[in-house]
Design a protein around this ligand. Structure first.
Ligand code: HEC
Ligand code: HEC
Ligand code: HEC
Ligand code: HEC
Ligand code: HEC
Length: 191
Protein backbone atom coordinates (compact mmCIF):
# COMPACT_ATOMS: atom_id res chain seq x y z
CA UNK A 1 0.00 0.00 0.00
CA UNK A 2 2.74 2.38 1.08
CA UNK A 3 4.74 1.40 -1.99
CA UNK A 4 1.79 2.09 -4.31
CA UNK A 5 1.32 5.54 -2.83
CA UNK A 6 4.95 6.39 -3.41
CA UNK A 7 4.68 5.08 -6.95
CA UNK A 8 1.63 7.27 -7.58
CA UNK A 9 3.47 10.29 -6.23
CA UNK A 10 6.50 9.64 -8.41
CA UNK A 11 4.27 9.17 -11.44
CA UNK A 12 2.43 12.42 -10.66
CA UNK A 13 5.65 14.39 -10.43
CA UNK A 14 6.97 12.79 -13.61
CA UNK A 15 3.77 13.67 -15.46
CA UNK A 16 3.73 17.25 -14.18
CA UNK A 17 7.36 17.58 -15.22
CA UNK A 18 6.51 16.08 -18.57
CA UNK A 19 3.78 18.59 -19.24
CA UNK A 20 6.01 21.47 -18.19
CA UNK A 21 8.63 20.28 -20.65
CA UNK A 22 5.90 19.83 -23.22
CA UNK A 23 4.83 23.46 -23.09
CA UNK A 24 8.39 24.68 -23.33
CA UNK A 25 9.29 22.28 -26.11
CA UNK A 26 6.32 23.48 -28.16
CA UNK A 27 8.28 26.65 -28.90
CA UNK A 28 10.58 24.80 -31.28
CA UNK A 29 7.93 22.78 -33.10
CA UNK A 30 6.69 24.80 -36.02
CA UNK A 31 6.50 24.64 -39.76
CA UNK A 32 8.22 27.34 -41.77
CA UNK A 33 10.77 28.18 -39.04
CA UNK A 34 13.81 29.62 -40.80
CA UNK A 35 16.19 31.47 -38.48
CA UNK A 36 19.19 33.51 -39.70
CA UNK A 37 22.46 31.58 -39.51
CA UNK A 38 25.91 32.91 -38.53
CA UNK A 39 27.02 32.20 -42.12
CA UNK A 40 24.43 32.42 -44.89
CA UNK A 41 25.04 28.86 -46.10
CA UNK A 42 23.05 28.22 -49.30
CA UNK A 43 21.90 24.60 -49.75
CA UNK A 44 20.80 25.52 -53.26
CA UNK A 45 24.37 26.30 -54.34
CA UNK A 46 25.78 23.14 -52.72
CA UNK A 47 23.16 20.37 -52.89
CA UNK A 48 21.37 21.88 -55.91
CA UNK A 49 23.68 23.62 -58.44
CA UNK A 50 26.77 21.60 -57.48
CA UNK A 51 24.89 18.37 -56.65
CA UNK A 52 26.86 17.60 -53.48
CA UNK A 53 25.07 14.62 -51.87
CA UNK A 54 23.27 15.30 -48.59
CA UNK A 55 25.23 12.50 -46.93
CA UNK A 56 28.59 14.04 -47.89
CA UNK A 57 27.97 16.63 -45.20
CA UNK A 58 25.31 14.96 -43.05
CA UNK A 59 27.18 11.64 -43.05
CA UNK A 60 26.08 10.77 -39.51
CA UNK A 61 22.47 10.32 -40.71
CA UNK A 62 23.31 6.88 -42.09
CA UNK A 63 24.57 5.42 -38.83
CA UNK A 64 23.29 7.44 -35.92
CA UNK A 65 20.39 9.12 -34.29
CA UNK A 66 21.39 12.62 -35.38
CA UNK A 67 22.18 13.73 -38.92
CA UNK A 68 24.62 16.29 -37.52
CA UNK A 69 26.01 19.49 -39.01
CA UNK A 70 29.45 19.11 -40.63
CA UNK A 71 32.45 20.70 -38.90
CA UNK A 72 34.22 23.54 -40.72
CA UNK A 73 37.02 21.15 -41.72
CA UNK A 74 34.55 19.48 -44.10
CA UNK A 75 33.76 22.87 -45.66
CA UNK A 76 37.47 23.49 -46.12
CA UNK A 77 37.88 20.28 -48.15
CA UNK A 78 36.56 22.43 -50.97
CA UNK A 79 36.97 26.02 -49.88
CA UNK A 80 40.75 25.86 -49.53
CA UNK A 81 40.79 25.02 -53.26
CA UNK A 82 37.96 27.20 -54.54
CA UNK A 83 38.94 30.70 -55.54
CA UNK A 84 35.64 32.45 -55.20
CA UNK A 85 35.50 34.85 -52.23
CA UNK A 86 32.38 36.37 -50.77
CA UNK A 87 31.71 38.00 -47.41
CA UNK A 88 30.08 34.77 -46.24
CA UNK A 89 33.02 32.60 -47.34
CA UNK A 90 35.33 35.04 -45.50
CA UNK A 91 33.34 34.39 -42.31
CA UNK A 92 33.94 30.67 -42.76
CA UNK A 93 37.69 31.12 -43.23
CA UNK A 94 37.92 33.49 -40.29
CA UNK A 95 36.22 30.96 -38.02
CA UNK A 96 38.61 28.24 -39.17
CA UNK A 97 41.66 30.46 -38.64
CA UNK A 98 40.52 31.33 -35.13
CA UNK A 99 39.57 27.69 -34.45
CA UNK A 100 36.16 28.96 -33.45
CA UNK A 101 33.23 26.56 -33.95
CA UNK A 102 30.39 27.99 -36.03
CA UNK A 103 27.28 28.44 -33.87
CA UNK A 104 24.62 27.13 -36.27
CA UNK A 105 21.06 27.72 -35.04
CA UNK A 106 19.11 24.45 -34.79
CA UNK A 107 15.93 24.55 -36.84
CA UNK A 108 14.25 21.23 -36.05
CA UNK A 109 13.52 20.47 -32.40
CA UNK A 110 11.57 17.46 -31.19
CA UNK A 111 10.61 17.35 -27.52
CA UNK A 112 12.84 15.16 -25.32
CA UNK A 113 10.10 12.61 -24.65
CA UNK A 114 10.08 11.54 -28.31
CA UNK A 115 12.61 9.05 -29.66
CA UNK A 116 13.63 9.71 -33.25
CA UNK A 117 16.55 8.11 -35.05
CA UNK A 118 17.80 9.12 -38.51
CA UNK A 119 19.59 5.86 -39.29
CA UNK A 120 16.38 3.81 -38.91
CA UNK A 121 14.79 5.93 -41.62
CA UNK A 122 17.70 6.59 -43.93
CA UNK A 123 18.71 2.91 -44.06
CA UNK A 124 15.21 1.80 -44.94
CA UNK A 125 15.21 4.17 -47.89
CA UNK A 126 13.02 7.05 -46.68
CA UNK A 127 14.33 10.05 -48.64
CA UNK A 128 15.46 13.14 -46.75
CA UNK A 129 13.03 15.16 -48.85
CA UNK A 130 9.96 13.32 -47.52
CA UNK A 131 10.61 14.88 -44.14
CA UNK A 132 12.63 17.99 -45.00
CA UNK A 133 11.22 19.05 -48.37
CA UNK A 134 13.33 20.04 -51.38
CA UNK A 135 16.30 21.31 -49.39
CA UNK A 136 18.40 21.37 -52.58
CA UNK A 137 16.20 24.23 -53.81
CA UNK A 138 16.35 26.23 -50.58
CA UNK A 139 18.74 29.14 -50.24
CA UNK A 140 17.84 29.23 -46.55
CA UNK A 141 16.59 26.04 -44.86
CA UNK A 142 13.15 26.12 -43.34
CA UNK A 143 11.19 23.53 -41.38
CA UNK A 144 9.05 21.77 -43.96
CA UNK A 145 7.02 19.28 -41.89
CA UNK A 146 4.97 20.00 -38.74
CA UNK A 147 6.85 17.28 -36.75
CA UNK A 148 3.68 16.50 -34.82
CA UNK A 149 2.73 13.03 -33.62
CA UNK A 150 -0.02 12.90 -36.25
CA UNK A 151 2.54 13.55 -38.96
CA UNK A 152 4.83 10.71 -37.79
CA UNK A 153 1.88 8.33 -37.46
CA UNK A 154 0.45 9.10 -40.88
CA UNK A 155 3.59 7.84 -42.57
CA UNK A 156 4.03 4.94 -40.14
CA UNK A 157 0.50 3.75 -40.97
CA UNK A 158 1.37 3.74 -44.67
CA UNK A 159 4.32 1.51 -43.82
CA UNK A 160 2.57 -0.68 -41.24
CA UNK A 161 0.50 -2.97 -43.44
CA UNK A 162 3.15 -5.54 -44.22
CA UNK A 163 2.09 -9.12 -43.44
CA UNK A 164 4.63 -10.88 -41.27
CA UNK A 165 3.64 -14.51 -41.98
CA UNK A 166 6.09 -16.66 -43.95
CA UNK A 167 3.62 -17.47 -46.77
CA UNK A 168 2.33 -13.95 -47.03
CA UNK A 169 5.85 -12.57 -47.29
CA UNK A 170 6.70 -15.10 -49.98
CA UNK A 171 3.74 -13.84 -52.04
CA UNK A 172 4.87 -10.22 -51.86
CA UNK A 173 6.60 -8.41 -54.68
CA UNK A 174 10.11 -7.11 -54.09
CA UNK A 175 8.71 -3.59 -54.00
CA UNK A 176 6.32 -4.53 -51.20
CA UNK A 177 9.10 -6.18 -49.23
CA UNK A 178 11.25 -3.10 -49.53
CA UNK A 179 8.49 -1.04 -48.03
CA UNK A 180 9.74 -1.35 -44.48
CA UNK A 181 7.45 -1.87 -41.49
CA UNK A 182 7.10 1.08 -39.14
CA UNK A 183 5.59 0.82 -35.66
CA UNK A 184 2.46 2.62 -34.49
CA UNK A 185 2.46 1.47 -30.86
CA UNK A 186 3.27 4.14 -28.30
CA UNK A 187 6.50 2.47 -27.18
CA UNK A 188 8.04 2.84 -30.63
CA UNK A 189 8.47 6.55 -30.05
CA UNK A 190 7.95 7.06 -26.29
CA UNK A 191 9.97 5.23 -23.67
C1 HEC B 1 28.16 21.18 -48.14
C2 HEC B 1 27.53 20.66 -46.96
C3 HEC B 1 26.05 20.35 -46.94
C4 HEC B 1 25.32 19.62 -47.86
C5 HEC B 1 25.79 19.00 -49.17
C6 HEC B 1 23.97 19.55 -47.34
N1 HEC B 1 23.90 20.21 -46.14
FE1 HEC B 1 22.28 20.37 -44.95
N2 HEC B 1 23.27 21.64 -43.69
C7 HEC B 1 24.60 22.01 -43.84
C8 HEC B 1 24.91 23.06 -42.87
C9 HEC B 1 26.24 23.77 -42.71
C10 HEC B 1 23.72 23.28 -42.13
C11 HEC B 1 23.51 24.30 -41.00
C12 HEC B 1 23.15 25.67 -41.59
C13 HEC B 1 21.77 25.74 -42.14
O1 HEC B 1 20.82 25.41 -41.45
O2 HEC B 1 21.63 26.15 -43.31
C14 HEC B 1 22.72 22.37 -42.67
C15 HEC B 1 21.42 22.27 -42.20
C16 HEC B 1 20.47 21.35 -42.68
C17 HEC B 1 19.16 21.15 -42.11
C18 HEC B 1 18.57 21.89 -40.94
C19 HEC B 1 19.06 21.29 -39.65
C20 HEC B 1 18.46 21.89 -38.39
O3 HEC B 1 19.06 22.82 -37.85
O4 HEC B 1 17.42 21.44 -37.94
C21 HEC B 1 18.55 20.17 -42.85
C22 HEC B 1 17.17 19.61 -42.64
C23 HEC B 1 19.47 19.79 -43.89
N3 HEC B 1 20.63 20.51 -43.75
C24 HEC B 1 19.20 18.85 -44.85
C25 HEC B 1 19.99 18.62 -45.97
C26 HEC B 1 19.59 17.83 -47.12
C27 HEC B 1 18.26 17.11 -47.24
C28 HEC B 1 20.61 17.87 -48.01
C29 HEC B 1 20.65 17.28 -49.42
C30 HEC B 1 19.56 17.67 -50.30
C31 HEC B 1 21.68 18.65 -47.40
N4 HEC B 1 21.26 19.12 -46.19
C32 HEC B 1 22.93 18.89 -47.97
C33 HEC B 1 25.48 21.49 -44.76
C34 HEC B 1 25.15 20.72 -45.87
C1 HEC C 1 11.42 10.31 -41.31
C2 HEC C 1 11.74 11.72 -41.33
C3 HEC C 1 13.14 12.18 -41.57
C4 HEC C 1 14.02 11.77 -42.56
C5 HEC C 1 13.80 10.70 -43.62
C6 HEC C 1 15.19 12.58 -42.40
N1 HEC C 1 15.04 13.43 -41.34
FE1 HEC C 1 16.38 14.81 -40.71
N2 HEC C 1 15.18 15.28 -39.10
C7 HEC C 1 13.94 14.71 -38.87
C8 HEC C 1 13.48 15.11 -37.56
C9 HEC C 1 12.17 14.69 -36.91
C10 HEC C 1 14.49 15.96 -37.01
C11 HEC C 1 14.51 16.61 -35.62
C12 HEC C 1 15.20 15.62 -34.70
C13 HEC C 1 15.36 16.06 -33.26
O1 HEC C 1 15.03 17.19 -32.90
O2 HEC C 1 15.84 15.23 -32.48
C14 HEC C 1 15.54 16.05 -38.02
C15 HEC C 1 16.70 16.79 -37.89
C16 HEC C 1 17.68 16.90 -38.89
C17 HEC C 1 18.87 17.73 -38.79
C18 HEC C 1 19.22 18.60 -37.61
C19 HEC C 1 20.38 18.03 -36.81
C20 HEC C 1 20.14 16.64 -36.26
O3 HEC C 1 21.04 15.84 -36.44
O4 HEC C 1 19.10 16.36 -35.67
C21 HEC C 1 19.56 17.57 -39.96
C22 HEC C 1 20.87 18.21 -40.35
C23 HEC C 1 18.81 16.62 -40.78
N3 HEC C 1 17.68 16.24 -40.09
C24 HEC C 1 19.21 16.20 -42.03
C25 HEC C 1 18.67 15.09 -42.69
C26 HEC C 1 19.23 14.47 -43.90
C27 HEC C 1 20.46 14.95 -44.64
C28 HEC C 1 18.43 13.42 -44.22
C29 HEC C 1 18.61 12.39 -45.32
C30 HEC C 1 19.90 11.72 -45.39
C31 HEC C 1 17.35 13.39 -43.22
N4 HEC C 1 17.54 14.40 -42.32
C32 HEC C 1 16.31 12.47 -43.22
C33 HEC C 1 13.24 13.89 -39.72
C34 HEC C 1 13.79 13.22 -40.81
C1 HEC D 1 32.17 19.55 -51.97
C2 HEC D 1 32.61 20.94 -52.05
C3 HEC D 1 32.08 21.96 -51.06
C4 HEC D 1 31.94 21.82 -49.70
C5 HEC D 1 32.24 20.61 -48.84
C6 HEC D 1 31.45 23.09 -49.22
N1 HEC D 1 31.30 23.98 -50.24
FE1 HEC D 1 30.68 25.90 -50.10
N2 HEC D 1 30.73 26.09 -52.10
C7 HEC D 1 31.15 25.11 -52.99
C8 HEC D 1 31.00 25.61 -54.35
C9 HEC D 1 31.35 24.84 -55.62
C10 HEC D 1 30.48 26.92 -54.24
C11 HEC D 1 30.12 27.88 -55.38
C12 HEC D 1 31.15 28.95 -55.50
C13 HEC D 1 32.34 28.51 -56.29
O1 HEC D 1 32.15 27.97 -57.37
O2 HEC D 1 33.47 28.71 -55.81
C14 HEC D 1 30.34 27.20 -52.82
C15 HEC D 1 29.88 28.40 -52.30
C16 HEC D 1 29.77 28.70 -50.96
C17 HEC D 1 29.33 29.97 -50.42
C18 HEC D 1 28.98 31.20 -51.23
C19 HEC D 1 27.60 31.06 -51.80
C20 HEC D 1 27.20 32.21 -52.66
O3 HEC D 1 26.15 32.77 -52.39
O4 HEC D 1 27.93 32.54 -53.58
C21 HEC D 1 29.33 29.84 -49.06
C22 HEC D 1 28.94 30.90 -48.04
C23 HEC D 1 29.78 28.51 -48.75
N3 HEC D 1 30.04 27.84 -49.93
C24 HEC D 1 29.92 28.02 -47.46
C25 HEC D 1 30.23 26.70 -47.17
C26 HEC D 1 30.22 26.14 -45.83
C27 HEC D 1 29.92 26.91 -44.56
C28 HEC D 1 30.55 24.83 -45.97
C29 HEC D 1 30.61 23.78 -44.87
C30 HEC D 1 29.41 23.59 -44.09
C31 HEC D 1 30.78 24.57 -47.38
N4 HEC D 1 30.57 25.72 -48.07
C32 HEC D 1 31.16 23.34 -47.89
C33 HEC D 1 31.64 23.87 -52.66
C34 HEC D 1 31.67 23.32 -51.39
C1 HEC E 1 7.89 9.63 -44.44
C2 HEC E 1 7.68 8.49 -43.59
C3 HEC E 1 8.02 8.53 -42.12
C4 HEC E 1 7.87 9.59 -41.23
C5 HEC E 1 7.32 10.97 -41.51
C6 HEC E 1 8.32 9.12 -39.95
N1 HEC E 1 8.73 7.82 -40.04
FE1 HEC E 1 9.51 6.67 -38.52
N2 HEC E 1 9.73 5.11 -39.79
C7 HEC E 1 9.41 5.11 -41.12
C8 HEC E 1 9.72 3.79 -41.70
C9 HEC E 1 9.52 3.37 -43.13
C10 HEC E 1 10.26 3.03 -40.63
C11 HEC E 1 10.69 1.57 -40.66
C12 HEC E 1 12.16 1.42 -40.73
C13 HEC E 1 12.54 -0.03 -40.78
O1 HEC E 1 11.96 -0.84 -40.07
O2 HEC E 1 13.43 -0.36 -41.56
C14 HEC E 1 10.26 3.89 -39.45
C15 HEC E 1 10.73 3.49 -38.19
C16 HEC E 1 10.73 4.26 -37.07
C17 HEC E 1 11.20 3.83 -35.76
C18 HEC E 1 11.81 2.47 -35.45
C19 HEC E 1 10.88 1.62 -34.63
C20 HEC E 1 9.67 1.15 -35.44
O3 HEC E 1 8.62 1.77 -35.34
O4 HEC E 1 9.78 0.18 -36.20
C21 HEC E 1 10.99 4.88 -34.90
C22 HEC E 1 11.30 4.93 -33.41
C23 HEC E 1 10.42 5.97 -35.66
N3 HEC E 1 10.28 5.57 -36.97
C24 HEC E 1 10.07 7.20 -35.14
C25 HEC E 1 9.52 8.25 -35.88
C26 HEC E 1 9.14 9.54 -35.31
C27 HEC E 1 9.26 9.94 -33.86
C28 HEC E 1 8.66 10.29 -36.35
C29 HEC E 1 8.15 11.71 -36.33
C30 HEC E 1 8.98 12.70 -35.68
C31 HEC E 1 8.73 9.47 -37.56
N4 HEC E 1 9.25 8.24 -37.23
C32 HEC E 1 8.33 9.89 -38.80
C33 HEC E 1 8.85 6.14 -41.83
C34 HEC E 1 8.56 7.42 -41.35
C1 HEC F 1 5.71 7.40 -34.70
C2 HEC F 1 6.00 8.06 -33.47
C3 HEC F 1 4.96 8.17 -32.38
C4 HEC F 1 4.12 7.18 -31.91
C5 HEC F 1 3.98 5.76 -32.40
C6 HEC F 1 3.38 7.76 -30.81
N1 HEC F 1 3.77 9.07 -30.62
FE1 HEC F 1 3.12 10.34 -29.15
N2 HEC F 1 4.23 11.87 -29.92
C7 HEC F 1 5.07 11.75 -31.01
C8 HEC F 1 5.65 13.05 -31.29
C9 HEC F 1 6.63 13.39 -32.41
C10 HEC F 1 5.14 13.95 -30.31
C11 HEC F 1 5.50 15.44 -30.14
C12 HEC F 1 4.79 16.32 -31.11
C13 HEC F 1 3.38 16.54 -30.75
O1 HEC F 1 3.11 16.90 -29.60
O2 HEC F 1 2.52 16.33 -31.63
C14 HEC F 1 4.24 13.17 -29.46
C15 HEC F 1 3.52 13.68 -28.39
C16 HEC F 1 2.75 12.93 -27.52
C17 HEC F 1 2.10 13.44 -26.32
C18 HEC F 1 2.11 14.87 -25.87
C19 HEC F 1 0.75 15.51 -26.04
C20 HEC F 1 0.46 16.01 -27.40
O3 HEC F 1 -0.49 15.52 -28.03
O4 HEC F 1 1.16 16.89 -27.88
C21 HEC F 1 1.47 12.41 -25.73
C22 HEC F 1 0.64 12.42 -24.43
C23 HEC F 1 1.70 11.23 -26.57
N3 HEC F 1 2.50 11.58 -27.64
C24 HEC F 1 1.19 9.96 -26.30
C25 HEC F 1 1.26 8.89 -27.19
C26 HEC F 1 0.51 7.63 -27.02
C27 HEC F 1 -0.43 7.32 -25.86
C28 HEC F 1 0.83 6.84 -28.09
C29 HEC F 1 0.28 5.45 -28.46
C30 HEC F 1 -1.14 5.41 -28.71
C31 HEC F 1 1.80 7.57 -28.92
N4 HEC F 1 2.00 8.81 -28.33
C32 HEC F 1 2.41 7.08 -30.07
C33 HEC F 1 5.34 10.59 -31.72
C34 HEC F 1 4.73 9.36 -31.56
Amino acid sequence: MRFQLVLLLVLGVALAGGFGALQMSRIGVHQGYSPDQPIAFPHKVHAGDNKIPCLYCHYAARTSRHAGIPPASVCMNCHTLLEKQTVEIEKLKEAVQQERPIQWVKIHNLPDFVYFNHSQHVQSGVACQRCHGEVEKMTKVEQFAPLTMGWCLQCHREHAEIPTGEFQRAAMSLKQKQKAVAGTDCASCHY
